[in-house]
Design a protein around this ligand. Structure first.
Ligand code: M6R
Length: 612
């Protein structure tokens, strides 16, 4: 939440910062602001999106070769100009941008007020910049030392960048709990919340660790120390990301592009892991933990949102194929409910961004209790990837649309591989079945491609239902998580109330909602609990509900019952989520577009939730 970008070097900072802000806008879009430094230090900010800031800046002095910029997802204080970042210190000589939450801000605020500081905003961030000024003035220390001392008084999460008028060639950056990456070019440095703002300038990057402070000086070497004043040698890594991956490539929205990328992204998530010719599965990142997994008394999957839905599919897969008990937990609940965890447990944390605060906290809890903690992440070098003992990257490529699509199918593909690997090692499925599933899995990308070709039909259905106020998504077995995911996609981007439910549970309550105005989306594929789902469809039909069904190609029974149907190719029951999710993503997308919603940046949401 909140995007941060900063630059120092020989070029004009403004275009680099604005382009960077556009790329980071998925992290929050309540307000935006910029700070530029040459003879003086100038801050410009406004409510709204990055494009509003660009408009606001027309005719203003935007010169300078050092600067920083911010796009905000509001936590403390409403989204308005005053609360927008950057924030100045009282003497207007120091400015800050911040992503995170200062938890002890009200104590610090009261103390600073007593010392004569006046606050202009309602943010927690302003406290930190006044504190830095206070330390610089009273202790007569340079800005980097004042930042270090201040951070020792702060409780909470932060990624911050500081610019100071008296240090016109210096950027100070620090992180704890919120991501921060530094790009190193020739005589220039970039700082950002993720690598997207710097991809076209350099592929040398340093991912900052918690409690590190970076002192970045024009034409000098990057220095990193901890908030306890210990020097760290920067670990420079090669960035694996291309410009193509983070641009829309001719699509109207990132979400649509990412939906259409799925034949490729699912294939990439299995590349070098699914060896069809040898009939085996390998997962390098967890090789050292295979035995631990095989002997695990229990696997706990922890995640949030869409990743939690992938975790539910994973739970079904692991129990079904590898016969290991699995519990699937919302990270936000798990971390606070004193769970029973032992050293024989393996925790699997799933996260697209690798930055979700609740999932990170669940990981720390698991580690503290002695469990082995493995990650399934999309973003390489992310906090979760680094905090876990081992793990598997999903390799879906950057996901920019706030609504997760290709990350979900890549997570499910990786969880399928993991379940198959464990099942094969444990001997819990017959060899012939194992081989059959491998072949079916290998055919999934091509089948996804076929579903994508049905977009016209899905658009027509979207047009019929675009104005509804409520909807229900029902599925059973492997299709239950698909129903939850379909409902989440619709509500988050179109703002239509949608409930995902296990189909058979409908009669225990939600059936009361059904009348001729209620669309009910059934994931009613032929494998699995098919006949019972047909009974559930009949129950809805008897109450005049409108039925949209996802059916297996060639199915005639459900087609006859449904008002509308979308056919998907047949596959093994355990692989259906990889296919059935696709038409639901498209349905939500088209409905949201027809309703005039901003699908890539839905209201109130942010792509990576780095606050609790
Ligand atoms: O980055 P993560 O996978 O940890 O994010 C978890 C959720 O915040 C995320 O899936 C969210 O629910 C998306 N908006 C879903 O589309």
């Amino acid at each position: 939440m909140c995007g941060i970008v900063a630059y120092v070097g020989p070029r004009d900072a403004y275009p680099i910062l604005m382009k960077g802000l556009h790329r980071l806008e998925y992290r929050g879009y309540d307000s935006a602001g910029i700070c530029l430094l040459n003879h003086d230090i100038r801050v410009f900010k406004c409510k709204g999106k990055v494009s509003d800031l660009e408009e606001y800046l027309v005719g203003k002095d935007i010169s300078g070769t050092i600067g920083m910029a911010h796009t905000r997802w509001a936590t403390h204080g409403e989204p308005n100009q005053i609360n927008a970042h950057p924030h100045f210190s009282q003497n207007k000589k120091v400015a800050i941008i911040h992503n995170g939450i200062i938890e002890n801000y009200s104590v610090l605020r009261s103390e600073l007020k007593k010392r004569g500081f006046h606050f202009t905003s309602e943010t927690d961030t302003e406290v930190l910049v006044h504190l830095i000024e206070d330390i610089m003035t009273n202790e007569k220390v340079p800005v980097e030392e004042a930042v270090r001392i201040a951070l020792n008084q702060v409780v909470g999460a932060y990624a911050i960048v500081i610019l100071a008028k008296d240090y016109p060639d210096k950027i100070i950056a620090a992180r704890k709990g919120s991501p921060m990456v530094i790009g190193i070019g020739k005589d220039e440095f970039f700082v950002a919340s993720d690598a997207t703002p710097l991809v076209e300038y350099t592929d040398n990057v340093v991912y900052m660790n918690d409690e590190e402070i970076a002192i970045i000086e024009r034409k000098a070497k990057l220095k990193i120390k901890t908030i306890r004043n210990k020097d760290h040698t920067p670990y420079i890594q090669k960035l694996v990301m291309s410009l193509n991956e983070i641009e829309k490539g001719g699509f109207d929205h990132f979400m649509l592009k990412e939906i259409y990328e799925q034949p490729r992204s699912i294939r990439d998530s299995m590349r070098g892991r699914l060896h069809i010719d040898q009939g085996i599965v390998t997962l390098g990142g967890i090789q050292n933990y295979e035995q631990k997994l095989i002997n695990a008394k229990r696997i706990i999957i922890t995640a949030c949102g869409t990743s939690w839905h992938a975790g539910l599919v994973g739970g079904y897969l692991i129990e079904d194929l590898a016969r290991i008990p699995v519990e699937v937990e919302y990270s936000s609940e798990f971390r606070y409910r004193n769970p029973v965890i032992s050293e024989e447990d393996v925790i699997l944390a799933i996260s697209q961004s690798g930055e979700t605060a609740d999932t990170l906290a669940a990981i720390e809890l698991g580690k503290a209790k002695g469990a082995t903690v493995l990650g399934i992440c999309n973003v390489v070098g992310s906090s979760i990837a680094r905090a876990t003992h081992g793990g598997v990257y999903t390799h879906a490529g950057p996901e920019i649309g706030v609504a997760s699509t290709k990350a979900f199918t890549a997570q499910v593909a990786v969880l399928t591989l993991l379940s198959l690997l464990l099942a094969e090692k444990k001997g819990t499925i017959p060899k012939s079945q194992f081989q059959k599933i491998l072949l079916a899995l290998n055919a999934i990308p091509e089948k996804v491609d076929r579903i994508l070709k049905m977009s016209e039909k899905i658009r027509d259905i979207a047009n019929i239902y675009k104005d509804v106020k409520n909807s229900i998504y029902l599925g059973r077995g492997y299709n239950f998580p698909v129903a939850l995911e379909g409902a989440l996609k619709l509500k988050e981007i179109s703002y239509i109330h949608a409930e995902g439910y296990p189909a058979a549970e409908m009669k225990h309550g939600p059936i009361a909602l059904i009348d001729e105005h209620m669309p009910v989306v059934f994931i009613a594929t032929r494998r699995g609990i098919y006949n019972k789902v047909i009974s559930n469809i009949e129950e809805v039909k008897a109450r005049k509900g409108k039925i949209i069904a996802i059916v297996t190609e060639g199915d005639e029974t459900v087609k006859k019952l449904a008002d509308h149907y979308i056919e998907i190719p047949d596959t093994e029951e355990i692989l259906v989520p990889l296919l059935a999710t696709i038409p639901l993503q498209l349905l939500s997308y088209y409905i949201a577009v027809m309703r005039g919603c901003n699908v890539d940046q839905p209201r109130n949401l942010a792509k990576s939730v780095t606050v609790e």
